[in-house]
Design a binder for this molecule. Structure first.
Ligand code: MN
Ligand code: MN
Length: 337
């Protein structure tokens, strides 16, 4: 990345010191994301990590309610990122806000609670970094973004478009229709949004019609494999420009050989390096107002590799928040001698 000209500051909340387990005077609770303090505060905070352990609207195999816990416990941290060359907590302060109060089995109440909590984050000027949960949760998240910012642009990594359903999709939300509902309710501007990695099962050739009719573009997996991550990143950046953007990442974007812990895995995906490099190259310097990472179901992955990668992707999100704060405009790999 280019050298930052923004002055560094001492952030209030950052990961616990490895020896004392403390962040300042706070003794950090074990099992938080990246050893951040577990605090229900939005003061002096640039981002929060919050879990949404909700998987009631999964169509295939359940288990993403265990996602937030697994991602938090995965090996890895946040801090200096080799390659991106930024010391994250020189620029930003963040906490692990714990999990939202969702009730599996009660979609209506859960969605209301998600939207209300998201609004609280956004009104405080905090960037939410959400750990799912099945992908249905992104719709109530987006309702909050819409209420705060109007329609936002969306960068959506997934092997599925999640724009399925018909007339009844608003009445019967699922993890297969959050973006249909987001378009129908004016949460996202489809013409400045993009979906990346699609290769999922289609019922027929008209599965993508709804997205296309609304001007929502996809980079299919087959094309991403051919063009490579840097070309794809360029297309993504051109699409969203300098607009406010929400980034949603379904772990089934990744190849199931690398990340099998998910409900609806689809072969033909991307490896961990392609994934991380694409995320960095695509989002660094953009005006990202929030993130989520969804569909991690650790019960299908005894190796724990799925949550290991999920943890790293989330760390990249947080790095991007720091890069934006540091005034860095784009990702440029700096080779260390
Ligand atoms: Mn999805
Ligand atoms: Mn998917």
């Amino acid at each position: 990345m280019e050298e930052s000209t923004v002055e560094k500051r001492e952030p209030k909340y950052k990961p616990a010191d490895w020896h004392t387990d403390k962040c300042g005077d706070i003794l950090v609770t074990p099992g938080t994301f990246g050893r951040l303090p577990y605090l229900k505060t939005l003061e002096d905070v640039d981002f929060v990590v919050a879990g949404i352990p909700f998987d009631s609207l999964t169509s295939g195999r359940p288990g993403t309610k265990f996602g937030p816990k697994a991602i938090r416990e995965a090996y890895g941290g946040i801090g200096y990122v080799y390659g991106t060359d930024i010391e994250v907590f020189d620029y930003i302060s963040g906490v692990d806000y714990g999990d939202m109060e969702v009730i599996n089995g009660d979609t209506k109440q859960s969605f209301e609670k998600i939207t209300a909590q998201m609004k609280e984050f956004l009104e405080a000027g905090v960037v939410p970094v959400i750990l799912g949960g099945d992908h249905s949760i992104t719709y109530p998240e987006l309702l909050a973004y819409r209420d705060s910012y109007g329609p936002v642009s969306l960068i959506h990594f997934d092997s599925h478009t999640d724009t399925w359903g018909g007339e009844e999709s608003l009445e019967f939300p699922s993890h297969g229709n959050p973006f249909r509902n987001a378009i129908l309710t004016g949460c996202i501007d489809p013409k400045t949004s993009i979906q990346v990695g699609m290769r999922g099962i289609m019922r027929d050739e008209h599965d993508y019609d709804f997205a296309h009719e609304h001007g929502l573009e996809q980079i299919y997996a087959v094309d991403l494999h051919k063009m490579g991550v840097y070309e794809a990143a360029k297309k993504i950046r051109e699409k969203v420009g300098n607009r406010k953007v929400m980034v949603t990442f379904d772990i089934d974007f990744v190849d199931p050989a690398v990340a099998p812990g998910t409900g609806t895995p689809v072969p033909g995906g991307f490896n961990s390096w392609e994934t991380l490099e694409l995320v960095r190259a695509a989002i660094t310097g953009l005006d990202v107002v929030g993130f989520d990472l969804v569909e991690v179901a650790p019960n299908y992955d005894p190796t724990e590799n799925t949550q290991l990668l999920a943890q790293k992707i989330v760390a990249e999100f947080i790095t991007a928040i720091a890069a934006k704060k540091a005034g860095i405009k784009e990702y440029k790999y700096i080779e260390k001698k």
